[in-house]
Design a protein around this ligand. Structure first.
Ligand SMILES: [Zn+2]
Length: 292
C-alpha cells in the first residue's frame, strides 16, 4: 500500500503547442526558503497576498523545467536543481512520465546558471547527465561571470558554492558550450536578454509570429507577489535594481501584447497571461487541457 506520509505529487506534465513547436512543462519539485530573502515586503503581507490568490502562504519556490520540440531538436530549457540541498530533483521522473528518455535531449538552453537551474545538468566531477547533448546555449555574459576567477575570489563564502556548481555544469559540457550574444539562436527560438537577476539572465521566445510562448526564467520567484509588487526583489538577484526595472518593463510589454508566458518558478508547470489590475498586474494561469 502507498505510504501516505512522505507522499510526493505524481510527476506533473503539461504539454502545449505553439505553432509548430511543442512545449512540455515539467515540475522538478520545489525548494523552501524564507520570506526574509525578499526585499520590499514584510512576511505577513506576503502571506496575505498568496492567500488571496489561493496559493499556500509558504515561502516555497516551485521549480519548473521545459522541453521544447522544434525543427528536429529536443531541447531542455534549464534542468531544475538536481536534488542538491534537498531542492527539486524530480526532473527525471517527470521526463519519463512525459515520454522522454534523458538520451532524447540533444540541446540545452540555460536561462542562467543558478543551482536551481543548472543543478540537474551534471553529476560529481563534471559528469554530464544528458549524454546526447550536442549543444548547450548560454549567454556569453553568464558564462563569463561564473568562470571569472576574480569575481569568484571576491565572492562571499556563502556564494562560492554557486560558482562551484555552475563551473561543474559548464565543464561537463565544455566542448558543447555555445556562448551567444545575438538573439536569433535557433530556428523558432529567440533569446531575450533580461539581465539583472544574473549578468546574463536570458528568456527564450518559442513558436511563431502568431502563437508563441516566452519562457522568462526568473523574472519572478513568487509570481503572485511580484506581479502585485514588481519592486520586490530577492537576495539571489545580482543587481536588484536592474532586476526590478527589467521585471517592470517586461510585465508592461507582456500585458500589452497579451503574450503567453511561463517561468521556472510559476506555482505549477503552466503557462499564463498577465492582466492589468489597478496599478499593477495579475497572473492568470492557462487551464490545463487534455488535448495538445
Ligand atoms: Zn531560480
Amino acid at each position: 500500500m502507498m505510504n501516505l506520509n512522505n507522499l510526493y505529487q505524481a510527476p506533473a506534465v503539461n504539454r502545449k503547442r505553439y505553432g509548430d513547436t511543442v512545449v512540455t512543462m515539467l515540475s522538478d519539485g520545489y525548494l523552501d526558503v524564507s520570506f526574509e530573502l525578499l526585499n520590499g515586503i514584510e512576511a505577513n503581507k506576503a502571506e496575505a497576498i498568496l492567500e488571496k490568490r489561493g496559493v499556500e502562504p509558504l515561502p516555497r519556490i516551485n521549480v519548473n523545467v521545459f522541453v521544447v520540440q522544434t525543427a528536429g531538436r529536443t531541447i531542455l530549457v534549464d534542468s531544475g536543481a538536481g536534488g542538491i540541498n534537498g531542492w527539486g530533483g524530480r526532473l527525471n521522473s517527470a521526463l519519463l512520465a512525459a515520454g522522454f528518455d534523458p538520451l532524447d535531449i540533444d540541446t540545452v538552453l540555460l536561462t542562467h546558471a543558478h543551482p536551481d537551474h543548472a543543478g540537474g545538468l551534471a553529476g560529481a566531477l563534471a559528469t554530464p547527465l544528458f549524454q546526447n547533448v550536442q549543444e548547450l546555449y548560454v549567454h556569453e555574459k553568464e558564462l563569463a561571470f561564473w568562470r571569472d576567477d576574480m569575481i569568484y575570489s571576491s565572492a562571499s563564502d556563502g556564494f562560492k558554492p554557486f560558482f562551484g556548481l555552475a563551473r561543474n555544469a559548464f565543464d561537463a559540457y565544455d566542448d558543447k558550450l555555445v556562448p551567444f550574444s545575438n538573439e536569433a539562436i535557433l530556428p523558432g527560438i529567440q533569446a531575450v536578454p533580461l539581465f539583472g537577476h544574473t549578468p546574463g539572465h536570458t528568456g527564450y521566445l518559442v513558436g511563431d509570429e502568431k502563437d508563441s510562448l516566452l519562457i522568462w526564467g526568473d523574472i519572478v520567484h513568487f509570481p503572485h507577489l511580484q506581479m502585485a509588487h514588481p519592486e520586490v526583489t530577492i537576495a539571489f538577484d545580482s543587481d536588484p535594481s536592474e532586476a526590478s526595472k527589467v521585471r517592470a518593463a517586461l510585465l508592461d510589454r507582456v500585458a500589452t501584447d497579451q503574450l503567453s508566458i511561463s517561468g521556472m518558478h510559476f506555482n505549477l508547470p503552466a503557462s499564463g497571461k498577465i492582466h492589468r489590475e489597478h496599478n499593477n498586474y495579475v497572473l492568470n494561469y492557462d487551464a490545463w487541457s487534455p488535448a495538445v
